[in-house]
Ligand binder design. Structure first.
Ligand code: ZN
Length: 151
């Protein structure tokens, strides 16, 4: 039901042209790189924790409008959240984008991210939208591992 133009709504265009949290964090606790060979999108994710809370998150990279907008919106949605909350948003976002069968998608939790739902109609674009999210998820999981071995 989506027209290709729906993928590039004002909010998506705004985030891709003026990405939020688009910077390097020099003393980040976690750094993750992601690459989507299908489209050529590259992202480097930076994440800083204050206890269990994501105190800062940012990204750098280059790629298509969808990958940039999704990364920008991702940083806004998980900043200040606990790791469990960020994981929950990740799961809902992934389920929405991939139209995961029987998945529990928390619409309230997703908020503005729902705008990206149109991407689910374009399988080749799904990896663009999820690239930064997988990097974020990887950073969260690794952090937990590190914490458990250090304590
Ligand atoms: Zn892309």
């Amino acid at each position: 039901m989506y027209d290709v133009d729906d993928l590039y709504q004002d909010v998506v265009l705004d985030h891709s042209r003026r990405p939020r949290n688009f910077k390097r964090i020099e003393d980040a606790d976690r750094t993750r790189e992601g690459f989507n060979p299908l489209c050529g999108d590259r992202v480097t994710l930076f994440m800083t924790f204050d206890g269990d809370v994501i105190s800062d998150v940012s990204f750098e990279g280059s790629g298509c409008a969808i990958s940039k907008a999704s990364a920008s919106m991702m940083t806004e949605s998980v900043k200040g959240k606990s790791r469990a909350e960020a994981e929950s948003i990740f799961n809902s976002f992934r389920a929405m984008i991939t139209r995961e069968e029987g998945a529990d998608v928390d619409r309230e939790e997703l908020g503005d991210l729902e705008i990206l739902e149109g991407v689910s109609a374009y399988p080749t674009r799904i990896k663009c939208a999820t690239l930064s999210w997988h990097a974020m998820h990887s950073a969260l999981v690794e952090e937990e591992k590190t914490v458990s071995t250090e304590r």
